[in-house]
Design a protein. Sequence first.
Length: 332
Amino acid sequence: MSSYAVGVVGGDGIGPEVVTEGLKVVAAAGIELDLTHYDLGGARFLKDGMVLSDETLQEWRGLDAIYLGAVGAPGVPPGVIERGLLLKMRFELDLYINLRPFKLAGPDGHDFVVIRENTEGTYAGEGGFLRKGTPHEVATQGSVNTRRGVERCIRFAFDLATERNNHLTLVHKTNVLNFSADLWQRTFNEVAVDYPGVTTDYNHIDAACIYFVQDPQRYDVIVTDNLFGDILTDLGGAVSGGIGLASSANLNPGGLDGDTPGPSMFEPVHGSAPDIAGQQKANPIAAILSAAHMLKHLGEPEAAARIEAACDECATMTGSTSEIGDAVVAKL
Ligand code: IPM
Ligand code: MN
């Protein structure tokens, strides 16, 4: 059996605690990883100013995957770590798909997936200040939507829909965003022609928030832009057992053969939760499920499925971070 080269960024707050459990479970599932740990995040920045070096990024391009806990620490100005580490990783490694699966609690256990565009939109950093600090200050923050970027994301979502239940919903704001939503809707309609077996739907983002709470069963695969996807997936976590269960995969689907060769990155949706850091209070399930997704991506679907099934059985369990990790291991 092969061993996979995985870079680990435990990061800040509860990040290292939940990552420890994820790696414990992967090892218990019999998958060997060749781990390189990177001391990066808010705490590292406060120590010596390092956020992410070009050398580290270059090293990552040679890895099979990256496993991340959470980054962000009190005392670090907003944006430094988010833009300098997390978004830089997503952008530079061209992790253009942010895949976030959800499973509703209850007997039917309906599951659905949000495909969030991960390299463009308002996250791109277009904009700036004029007359900063004066009473006449102007701040703009543009949304960057390229035909290529939008189309590759929508195609990925259609492909996923064909592997699942042949239903795809576009979520955007066509009634107001007359430029960006127009490009998304036109691209969506054009790509749909190539997938005659997939039924399509459209919801405005605000309406989708209501449906997430009142009727999430209507969804199977959703595709949406970066910022809408960020907000919607926190809501997705909240309505499907809590953010402590929400996992994510930041994918460069082309991988080594794509335009930007390199690994994909796997992380829980939740943040570093500094208020409960170091207390073994965090639920590691989101991080463990993210590790399972990593194994699927590495070509170990059988181990991934076993871990997912074990997590299902432990989803409502209470206990310390390591107790929940141990319980998942016991169920394997
Ligand atoms: C997420 C997070 C990030 C985002 C932050 C930490 C930059 O909220 O992964 O959802 O906004 O994408
Ligand atoms: Mn978020």
